[in-house]
Design a protein around this ligand. Structure first.
Ligand code: C2E
Ligand code: CA
Ligand code: CA
Length: 742
């Protein structure tokens, strides 16, 4: 594609990409949330379970303390009874040992002491007990003091570390008789129990504490928890119970985890698949959207920007013009003879031609230039950002015309077509211009290029406006003129028919006939040559009427000439297409009384190409059957196709003056003209050379074997030609133009 890229799909992609990311993010967040809430719930339930276990441990410890207090009460009662008995029996203090042993084993206590109110051990029959008491005494005496100071005779029970082990120790008074005894004179019972070892085993069994152990320091393993036991008196830690807690939340999670992870993975892969599918269909959607947009802005055949995209770029260019120090050029291109190619070789060939034309022009453009196909054989160029003084676009136009003037091989090389093109260009001068104004100016220039003879480029200038104005004025005048043709009396103004004599190439150069060339004597613009108004008449379908007027006057004039002389009349391709054309010609012949053999109609190859072949050949056949001669005008400028000469009945070839011009100026001119003459002779056709201006040209043409000659050297077109009598000798020279030797 020529020109800057139109689509910026990134924008589209960003929003689709954002949507996809959002979906992916949403999916992952959902999975994450599910997992996080499962973990959170399990942690919460674990914490609750842990709290409950700690709470139970605490309660259990308190219960044990209470039990010790209760046990002490019972034991003290037992002692009181035993001691009374001992006293009654007069047994020594050593007998208390048995009682202590009994208490230890029945109540499962580790130490039992009986002391007096001052803290001295009584009933200590054992050295071991005595030394143990000595060890424990500093810890136990404060409890004694506390008990003695109490109003209520309740046991004092405390947690403490005895012999390095966590223990529950309690003290209570032993009542020996009904009379109250002063605290210092009383006996007291002390019992203690370690809470580690077997007690801890029982404790953890009851509490369901998994693998509980006792430790002096809090040094749990990773998954263990601790319960701190503090000394009742000092509040100092006396040890820790460490166990592996039962965590129901973690247990549930660990059981559910594989299933959770598996479902998360499945969901994630489904999500990924969904994303891939979505991505793919979004890409397809964007792709087809892009294609649709591209199609709506491009010509399907040549892939060039179409009218609407060209309009946009032109508008952009106009907007930028305001701030730009450069200038931009717009040009319209029109192919010559495109329709002929289409009609002759079919639409396939026409399509091939348009594609090839686009390729050739494209190859000459810069990266910022836009070539667009506006429709049919109409192309447009936008050349933006050229330096103010730059004239390179003129070179470009020249290159385009040259490159399109090289024959185009079409239908895979089966046929070849030579076309041309006209270019009209204008500069974007003013940011206030609209796109259609710019195109209008380029169109005026294009029209001028076409009228000036095609295969050229014209730049718009305000002076062209006057020619546009002139054209529209002439068009309306011509319409009036033709409408009033029959009704007005003859006037010096209006259409006039001039004649340019045609001379035999044979010795003597007698006048063989004359070509009728129309003029328009305009009241305001003077004598107008056909190039000023034939195109107009063709464009506005007035050509048929105009042609008939010329034909009628030409035939009438020829009636006054020598009987061997013919009159040659130009026929527009459009006239030939009319189904009533032959009848109209025959009617003129009949009305004027001119023999059909003395009328020669000049047609161009375009006339053969532009129309339905069968219809044209039938028209020509009917005219020739009536005796009318057919000449192929301007031979060599069009297709110069041999098949045309054979296919359509032709009597004469008129060698175009551009070839005659080559004689004497270019070496190959002689070869070309000789070849055309030889070709005509071999096909049995007559030849007339047009535009003979010099003696040299004349001499060469005579030598080459031309039949007739026409040109300023012999005579210019004049209203009343000197036709001679068809036999006299004419001496020709460039200086005298035409001298009749009597
Ligand atoms: P054409 O048929 O090729 O006519 C010959 C043109 O060449 C005439 O121009 C004539 O004046 C000019 N000419 C003749 N000899 C010479 C010469 O030695 N040197 C130069 N440079 N020019 C020469 P004109 O009369 O201006 O006609 C131009 C064209 O207009 C004709 O070209 C013909 O195609 C068309 N035309 C003229 N009259 C009619 C008409 O009645 N009907 C139609 N349809 N077309 C016409
Ligand atoms: Ca002619
Ligand atoms: Ca001609």
């Amino acid at each position: 594609m020529i020109g800057p890229p139109l689509f910026r799909p990134a924008l589209k992609w960003t929003s689709s990409g954002a949507l996809l990311t959002l979906i992916a993010f949403g999916g992952l967040v959902t999975i994450g949330l599910v997992l996080a809430s499962a973990i959170w719930a399990s942690r919460e339930s674990d914490l609750a379970a842990l709290d409950r276990q700690r709470e139970l441990s605490n309660t259990r410890l308190s219960t044990q303390i209470e039990r010790v207090a209760k046990d002490l009460g019972l034991m003290a009662e037992g002692y009181s009874k035993s001691i009374s008995t001992i006293n009654e029996l007069g047994i020594g203090p050593q007998d208390g040992k048995g009682l202590s042993q009994l208490i230890k084993s029945v109540f499962r206590y580790d130490q039992v002491f009986v002391i007096d109110g001052k803290g001295n051990l009584v009933l200590n029959t054992d050295k071991e007990i005595a030394s143990r008491y000595e060890w424990a005494k500093p810890l136990l005496l404060p409890m004694l003091t506390k008990l003695q100071q109490q109003d209520e005779p309740l046991p004092v029970v405390e947690l403490m570390r005895l012999e390095g082990r966590p223990s529950i120790a309690g003290i209570t008074g032993i009542t020996l008789g009904p009379q109250p005894v002063a605290p210092l004179n009383r006996l007291y019972l002390i019992a203690s129990r370690y809470i580690d070892g077997p007690a801890l085993d029982a404790f953890s069994r009851d509490q369901g504490l998994n693998g509980a152990r006792f430790a002096r320091a809090a040094d749990p393993e990773d998954n263990e928890v601790t319960f701190e036991i503090r000394a009742t008196a000092t509040g100092e830690p006396i040890g820790f119970i460490i166990w592996t807690p039962d965590l129901p939340g973690s247990r549930v999670v660990s059981r559910l985890l594989p299933a959770l992870v598996a479902s998360a993975l499945i969901i994630a892969s489904l999500l990924a698949m969904l994303m891939l599918l979505l991505r793919k269909s979004m890409a397809e959607l964007t792709d087809s959207e892009q294609k649709a947009r591209r199609q709506s802005l491009h010509d399907a055949l040549t892939d060039l920007p179409n009218r609407s995209l060209f309009g946009r770029r032109l508008n952009d260019c106009l907007e930028n013009q305001r701030f730009s120090s450069t200038r931009s050029i717009v040009a319209l291109l029109d192919l010559d003879k495109f329709k002929a190619v289409n009609d002759t070789f079919g639409h396939g060939a026409g399509d091939d031609l348009l594609i090839a034309v686009a390729d050739r022009i494209r190859a000459l453009l810069g990266p910022n230039d836009t070539l667009a196909r506006l429709g049919g054989d109409e192309f447009a160029l936008l050349l933006p950002g050229r330096p103010k003084t730059d004239r390179s676009h003129l070179d470009l136009f020249g290159q385009i015309i040259t490159s399109l003037n090289v024959p185009f091989p079409l239908l895979e090389g089966k046929v070849s077509a030579l076309i041309g093109c006209s270019i009209g260009a204008t500069e974007l001068t003013d940011a206030r211009q609209t796109g259609s104004e710019v195109l209008h100016l380029a169109d005026i220039a294009l029209y001028e290029a076409k009228s000036a003879g095609r295969n050229r480029f014209v730049e718009y200038s305000s002076s062209l406006e006057s020619s546009v104005q002139l054209r529209s004025e002439l068009k309306s005048d011509l319409r009036t003129l033709l409408a009033e043709a029959g009704s007005n009396p003859p006037s010096k103004f209006g259409l006039q028919v001039f004649f340019q004599t045609i001379h035999s190439a044979e010795w003597g150069h007698a006048v063989s006939g004359a070509e009728a060339l129309v003029r328009w004597h305009h009241e305001k613009h003077g004598l107008l040559t056909p190039d000023k108004f034939i195109g107009l008449a063709e464009d506005s379908e007035m050509i048929h009427e105009l042609g008939m007027i010329v034909l009628e006057r030409a035939c009438s004039a020829a009636c006054g000439w020598a009987s061997g002389q013919y009159v040659s009349v130009n026929v527009s391709p459009l006239q030939l297409r009319r189904p009533d054309y032959v009848d109209a010609v025959l009617m003129v012949l009949k009305n004027t009384g001119l023999a059909a053999e003395r009328l020669e109609l000049e047609i161009t190859e375009t006339a053969l190409l532009d129309a339905d072949e069968a219809m044209v050949s039938e028209t020509l056949a009917r005219l020739r059957a009536a005796g009318v001669k057919i000449a192929l005008d301007d031979f060599g400028t069009g297709y110069s196709s041999l098949s045309h000469l054979v296919l359509f009945g032709i009597d004469r070839i008129k060698i175009d003056r551009s070839f005659v011009n080559l004689l004497g100026s270019r070496a190959d001119g002689a070869a070309v003209v000789s070849a055309i003459v030889a070709l005509s002779q071999s096909l049995g056709l007559l030849t007339t050379a047009e535009g003979v201006e010099t003696d040299g040209q004349r001499d060469f043409l005579i030598a080459a074997g031309c039949n007739d000659m026409q040109g300023y050297l012999l005579s210019k077109p004049v209203p009343n030609p000197d036709m001679g009598d068809g036999d006299e000798i004419v001496e020709l020279s460039a200086a005298t133009q035409r001298v009749v030797i009597a």
